[in-house]
Design a protein around this ligand. Structure first.
Ligand SMILES: [Zn+2]
Length: 498
């Protein structure tokens, strides 16, 4: 018998206890053998030798926004720019669609963002997402196109920023963003396929063998299906459809679908916003803004009712919850629903009772370790010293019995699973994980959250030959970071080997 792939490396981390082999063989997409480099030389088949490299079970990004990631390449990147540079970048943007941008952060700007600072920069409407994606900054043309003026009331779950006289300032928060996005001429099916295809190639180059698209538009489901049908997917995808998409019911018609490459598994709901923009819903006021506890989005009876209905139909429900009050509501709603490996996404500030309840209900916590690095400079000011102890409680969640899944939240943070592993092992705030626990949350835990643990998540005979090969030592949280050498999905190279 000839192997489709014989991979010889310095060490294979199998994801299971026991001595580490140095070679593996795959046939028909699955691992058929693990052993030593010497034994591997006696096997016949396509041989790939990467001396000194470390093979890991295929890394999964459990929290991605692939369409945004692919679309972002066609948008203005405002990351790290000051106000003048951001305005210049917007003014220089070519193209015919609306001008879209992302990544601005006003923390050190000379003036707060305002529509007047964008008016006149272009003859096309301008919509710019803040770095946390929970605020947009728009010009007067975009406000007019969306029909937002001083008579417009704040929508449920959102807020329209206003000047003292009530005129919209050009800042839109959380669900108020949907209104301006809905006014833009919609992307075509070709646009979506191009975005997802570009994102999928980036994922493969980042060492990822699978991703969870945690807020797919209903139209993205079609685009993913088209790529799957064309055999053009270099990465497996697990989809949760945006619960506020008007075409949600159509995308879910026929019930959940599980396929090794593409599963349409459930629904994403939002219980609150983000901490940076004080949209995360806390049970007591912000320490640095005593007049607000943040903003609930879907909560209370509505959240319980919707979670129960989707779960009854066999769907997995994921609830975005960053503040402690949002986490408590999410856990209560999901624990009461029919068990379907429901997920609390972010689980960033969680009080001890809710940690226990989350674990006891067998829920999954979708965590983003690199957010702990991004939030470190200001999170203590938002929460105060008492609640800071509730931030990023990863070890406590695991000890309580929660399933942990590591994700990046790309494009809000880079799709870099090795950076996420490092951040998980040594976060500047919160509870760090061991290498074994962090690797499991990027592999086995992610597979379990996608109902695929019987096929994926470890390197053992019978499991899918999904392998991420790295140069450098992934067990270390310091020193030079490891880099991706090759990615294999089902025994086939999707990136490298170089
Ligand atoms: Zn996200």
């Amino acid at each position: 018998m000839t192997d489709d792939l014989i991979l010889v490396v310095g060490r294979v981390e199998t994801g299971r206890p026991g001595p580490a082999p140095t070679a593996l063989a795959a046939r028909d997409g699955r691992v058929v053998w693990l052993g030593s480099a010497a034994e591997a030389r006696r096997r016949s088949g396509q041989r790939v030798e990467l001396p000194g490299a470390v093979a890991l079970p295929g890394l999964v990004d459990g929290h991605t926004h692939p369409a945004w990631l692919g679309e972002a390449a066609e948008q203005v990147d405002l990351s790290g720019l000051d106000l003048a540079a951001a305005r210049a970048a917007v003014a220089g943007q070519a193209g015919s669609r609306w001008i879209r941008g992302f990544g601005w952060d006003e923390a050190r700007w000379s003036a707060p963002p305002h529509r007047r600072l964008l008016d006149g920069l272009s003859d096309r409407p301008i919509v710019l997402h803040r770095v946390d994606r929970h605020v947009v900054w728009v010009d007067s043309k975009a406000l007019a196109a969306a029909g937002i003026d001083r008579a417009t009331a704040d929508p449920p779950g959102g807020r329209i920023g206003r000047d003292p006289d009530g005129t919209p300032s050009g800042l839109l928060y959380d669900d108020a963003i949907r209104r301006v996005l809905a006014a833009e001429p919609p992307p075509t099916a070709d646009d979506r396929r191009r975005w997802l295809s570009r994102a999928a190639s980036r994922f493969a180059a980042a060492g990822l063998t699978a991703v969870h698209d945690v807020c797919a538009a209903a139209a993205d489901v079609e685009a993913w299906r088209a790529l799957r049908a064309e055999g053009r997917l270099p990465v497996r995808a697990h989809l949760l459809v945006d619960g506020e998409d008007p075409a949600l019911d159509g995308a879910l018609a026929g019930g959940p679908r599980r396929d090794p490459w593409l599963s349409v598994a459930g629904v994403k709901l939002f219980a609150d916003g983000a901490l940076g923009s004080r949209g995360a819903w806390l049970s007591a006021p912000y320490s640095d803004a005593p007049d607000t506890c943040g903003r609930p989005v879907v909560h209370g009876e509505a959240l319980r009712r919707r979670a129960a209905r989707y779960a009854e139909a066999g769907f997995q429900v994921a609830v975005h919850a960053i503040g402690d009050r949002a986490a408590r509501e999410a856990v209560a709603a999901l624990a009461a629903a029919r068990p379907m490996r429901h997920r609390v996404e972010h689980a960033q500030v969680v009080d001890p009772q809710t940690v226990t309840a989350l674990g006891r209900a067998g829920l999954v916590a979708g965590i983003q370790p690199t957010h702990a690095i991004a939030d470190a400079p200001w999170i203590a000011a938002r929460l105060g010293p008492e609640r800071l102890r509730w931030a990023f409680p990863w070890r406590s969640l695991a000890a309580a019995g929660a399933g942990l899944v590591i994700g990046s939240d790309c494009p809000i943070a880079p799709a870099d699973p090795l950076a996420a592993l490092r951040a998980a092992m040594a976060p500047p705030i919160g509870e760090g994980l061991s290498f074994e626990a962090a690797l499991a949350a990027s592999t086995r835990g992610a597979a379990r959250a996608a109902f695929a643990e019987a096929d994926r998540g470890v390197l053992a005979p019978g499991f899918a030959a999904d392998v991420t090969v790295v140069d450098g030592e992934p067990r270390r949280a310091d020193g030079p970071p490891p880099t991706i050498r090759a990615t294999f999905v089902g025994g086939r190279a999707t990136f490298g080997p170089r």
